[in-house]
Ligand binder design. Structure first.
Ligand code: GLN
Length: 541
């Protein structure tokens, strides 16, 4: 079968969930046995979101090959179980950088370099990159931003050209918003009509419309939209708010989105997608009644997207443990020795979040000391793991001034220090230790038991590391370095044996948790939290 290209555009407003719709369609096509991948084009000028503050763009996701990527790639992986790479996320900055590099090399042979054809050709080349590997039947390309944005114009022009070149092997899905006006008690289709018209003006006729809505859109209204937008009535589907994003594939299938897409691309849809494992997950999710309460200590707690992958990994782990997840965000800047008891006493388990910089760091130490002294299941991730090490150095080894050189470059007890290869780096973008690295675990460690193996590969995003000069001292005092990189001996996992569940990982296990394959460390942590919660409840009786 020729590789097929599906483009997903958005109109009216942003944040409609193009990523979830793309991921849901990919999930359905994959369940039909096709090889699918999703890529995202972001129209901003940054080379990648790695230098963006979480306030700008939520979490920064990391691919296996060490690319700092948009958080939608996390959804893609969670919905499809297909790992993403740097080819799955392209920005305007990357496109321009590559064109300018070619110009400097003289590749354009004296021609004037222009948006059309040079920028659009570069976009098209990137769209086809994954298709040309021969590894995929379907490439779903999500175009970030909304139709009408100046900055997405070159991307849409490329989509127009590709549709013309690829014919039936391509398709455009346009996602719009149908607002409900409370005062008028009416759903309004006009914004959708305008948005489709705008797309048509750019030479793109959508084949499928997905209407994002808060209330059910009557069939007659959907027909009207179909008629005004030159779209077949059966190709207008609604995406109504659901309690969980993981129900979206099922809702899309109920409206035959996958069949419509296949038929329009000349592929006969055989039978039904094999969604049993997915349905089993949803079933567990709906049946779960008992609650597990996890506290997440971080400094971006007011941002729902800042810890997206941690939230989702916890949710998956809770679901597989037959529990409803109650996630409490605990603002690390607001934690004090006086209120820590009140803030943490109802938690079954505590996660210390990743992060950068000084702000909120002392609160993490206060939380960690309290959790360690009360033997609460505790999970430190990246900066969270580094904080576990510092807290232990301060309060167990007795080095009151222990720190990371990130927070205090002149600390006499630099238990966390800049990695050797980082010392000569001055550029901020794309220069951390990024992507998947091997980790060898001690056989008797909590982590090895959780994974069921001593050899794992997880993704990283950091500049600082455990200082091995202190290793023997930590181990004598009871904190073990149970995971290390076999080639460099960088410490990847620390634990305190004898405690209920005390694990810190220099890597980010949250990036690899998917609906069908939850991350084992999260599953084990949540299980420990449930056991602890049960014991605590019994003691209270
Ligand atoms: N700031 C720390 C470092 O660079 C941790 C990074 C993180 O938590 N992702 O090493």
């Amino acid at each position: 079968m020729e590789t097929k290209y599906i483009f997903v555009t958005g109109g009216v407003v942003s944040s409609l969930g193009k990523g979830i719709i793309s991921a849901s369609l990919a999930c359905l096509l994959k369940s039909r046995g096709y090889r699918v991948t999703i890529q995202k084009f972001d129209p901003y000028i940054n080379i990648d979101p790695g230098t963006l503050n979480p306030y700008e763009h939520g979490e920064c996701y990391v691919t296996v090959d060490g690319h700092e990527a948009d958080l939608d790639l996390g959804h893609y992986e969670r919905f499809t179980n297909v790992p993403t790479t740097r080819a799955n996320n392209i920005t305007t900055g990357r496109i321009y950088q590559s064109v300018i590099d070619k110009e400097r090399r003289g590749d354009y042979l004296g021609k004037t370099v222009q948006i059309i054809p040079h920028i659009t050709d570069e976009i098209k080349r990137n769209v086809k990159l994954l298709g040309n590997t021969g590894d995929f039947d379907f490439i779903i390309t999500e175009i970030g931003g909304t139709v009408g944005d100046i900055e997405s114009l070159p991307f849409l022009e490329s989509v127009r050209q590709l549709r013309w070149e690829l014919g039936m092997d391509s398709l455009c899905i346009h996602l719009t918003y149908v607002p409900y006006l409370k005062a008028a008690k009416e759903l309004k289709t006009k914004p959708t009509q305008h948005s489709v018209k705008q797309l048509q003006q750019l030479g793109i006729q959508p084949d499928v419309l997905v209407l994002r809505t808060e209330c059910d859109i009557p069939v007659a209204m959907r027909r009207k939209i179909a008629q005004f937008c030159n779209v077949a009535p059966d190709a207008v589907v609604q995406s109504i708010d659901l309690p969980s994003i993981y129900e979206v594939p099922v809702m899309m299938h109920a409206q035959h989105l996958d069949e419509t897409v296949l038929r329009k691309m000349g592929v006969a849809p055989h039978g039904e997608p094999h969604m049993e494992p997915w349905m089993n997950f949803l079933d567990k999710m709906k049946r779960a009644e008992k609650v597990v309460t996890i506290g997440l200590v971080g400094k971006y707690v007011e941002l729902q997207d800042a810890y997206k992958s941690i939230n989702e990994s916890l949710f998956q782990a809770a679901t597989y443990n037959d529990r409803k997840l109650q996630l409490k965000y605990i603002h690390s800047e607001k934690l004090t020795d006086q209120n820590v008891d009140e803030m943490l006493k109802d938690m079954d388990g505590v996660i210390i979040a990743p992060g950068f910089g000084q702000r909120g760091i002392e609160g993490k130490f206060i939380a960690l000391k309290w959790c360690r002294e009360h033997d609460i299941p505790t999970f430190g991730i990246c900066l969270g793991m580094q904080c576990m090490v510092i807290e232990f150095a301060r309060n167990v080894l007795g080095y009151a001034d222990a720190n990371s050189t990130e927070m205090n470059p002149t600390t006499p007890h630099n238990v966390i220090d800049l990695m050797e290869e980082q010392k000569s780096i001055s550029n901020m973008g794309g220069t951390m230790r990024l992507g998947a690295y091997d980790c060898r675990l001690a056989e008797d460690s909590t982590a090895a038991k959780a994974y069921g193996t001593t050899e794992v590969k997880e993704r990283h995003r950091h500049r600082f590391e455990f200082n091995n000069d202190y290793r023997a001292e930590f181990e004598r005092a009871g904190m073990r370095c149970v995971g290390e990189n076999p080639a460099t001996h960088l410490v990847e996992v620390v634990e305190i044996p004898g405690m209920r569940w005390w694990v810190g990982t220099q890597y980010h296990p949250e990036y690899t948790g998917t609906v069908l394959a939850p991350n084992p460390l999260f599953v084990s942590f949540v299980k420990a939290a449930i056991d602890y919660g049960r014991k605590r409840e019994m003691n209270q009786l």
